[in-house]
Write a protein that binds this ligand. Structure first.
Ligand SMILES: Nc1ncnc2c1ncn2[C@@H]1O[C@H](COP(=O)(O)OP(=O)(O)O)[C@@H](O)[C@H]1O
Ligand SMILES: [Mg+2]
Length: 219
């Protein structure tokens, strides 16, 4: 988590609601918090996938990283079959993280998809998600991420299926300064750099943008 620049509020929520809860089930029970389902949303390149990897690292839980391309296939019926296989695999683990990246493409609004496969498969996927933690023993952390939350199936968003919706914003000035520092730390540069000025002049850039700029500088 210390590699993540800025995002103080996000990190605090992730630390308490996801990491601590997963690591200390007894304490979590005492405070009546449970491992739940989380949605990370915000512009692309703001660190959502990065955060999920950090959560896996800190909890030590195995991570299933599922993107639309893992599940979708042009072959008829393949999506449903892949989902079935996925949940069978997940059920073998006592605890793990199930991460759906680009969730808007995995569970799209039914009104916006013409695909009969999706119309049938999405409700099934939701049922599988609901069945994830039937007893108190299993600790499956479900995290979904999206750049386009408004494209997600209405039933998912309405239904309180997510215990927490976490907005991951663009980095503020302080975070951009840290991103430049982190990004340029391994690169030998003769002139002393003014990170503060760089941060001031880079408003609107994402963490991914700044990472790319720094990489280019090192080439
Ligand atoms: N706040 C941040 N702190 C550190 N690195 C970041 C941050 N935001 C983005 N990055 C960098 O940008 C890369 C791409 O971010 P990513 O997590 O894929 O964004 P998203 O999933 O939100 O589209 C990450 O691998 C990371 O190196
Ligand atoms: Mg991502």
């Amino acid at each position: 988590m210390s590699d993540i620049a800025g995002l103080k509020d996000v990190k605090e929520r992730v630390q308490i609601k996801i990491i601590e809860t997963a690591k200390s089930p007894v304490k979590a029970d005492l405070y009546k918090v449970k491992v739940g389902n989380f949605l990370l949303y915000g512009p692309p390149g703001t660190g959502k996938t990065f955060i999920v990897k950090a959560i896996a690292h800190e909890t030590g839980f195995p991570l299933f990283m599922i993107s639309p391309s893992t599940l979708l296939s042009s072959k008829f019926g393949e999506f449903e079959k892949n989902i079935k296989i996925l949940f069978e695999e997940v059920s073998k683990f006592k605890s793990c993280i199930l991460f759906f990246d680009e969730f808007d493409a995995i569970a799209p609004k039914r009104s916006s998809t013409n695909s009969s496969v999706m119309k049938r498969a999405v409700p099934e996927l939701l049922m599988d998600i609901d069945r994830l933690n039937p007893d108190r023993e299993r600790r499956v952390i479900l995290i979904a991420a999206t750049n386009n939350p408004w494209d997600i199936d209405e039933a998912v968003m309405r239904s309180e299926r997510f215990d927490d919706l976490i907005y991951v914003p663009l980095p503020d000035k302080e975070a951009r300064e840290k991103l430049f520092e982190l990004g340029l730390s391994g690169i030998f540069i003769e002139k002393k750099l003014n990170f503060q000025e760089m941060a001031e002049r880079s408003e609107g850039l994402t963490g991914a943008d700044i990472k790319n700029v720094c990489r280019k500088a090192g080439e």
